[in-house]
Design a protein around this ligand. Structure first.
Ligand SMILES: [Zn+2]
Length: 100
């Protein structure tokens, strides 16, 4: 039993009002891929580390917002020292590859 043709029609239908596959490089993509975002303060005297809630970031900035430093960095600041020098690192969620 083959797939009905209408299935293929759905694939090409505009999906403006429903969740679509996330674009790589965006916050939505991180969520879909179960990635984890770790943000470091680049101030040597501080070195605060945080893992922002991606869902909250997506609510605030939109799922299509880039998570890359030039785009996301200016939106973040260190909650410990207020510094704007931020380092962003992406890690697979739940994979403890190394110990800090
Ligand atoms: Zn700091």
């Amino acid at each position: 039993m083959g797939l009905p043709l209408s299935v293929f029609g759905l694939m090409f239908a505009p999906m403006s009002d429903r969740p679509k596959a996330a674009t790589p490089g965006t916050i939505g993509w991180l969520i879909d891929k179960h990635m984890c975002l770790t943000v470091y303060c680049n101030d040597l005297a501080c070195q605060h580390r945080a893992e922002p809630d991606l869902q909250k970031l997506a609510d605030r900035l939109g799922r299509e917002h880039s998570y890359l430093l030039p785009k996301l960095g200016p939106k973040l600041k260190c909650s410990a020292c207020g510094g704007k020098k931020i380092v962003i690192q992406v890690t697979p969620n739940g994979t403890m590859g190394y110990r800090g």
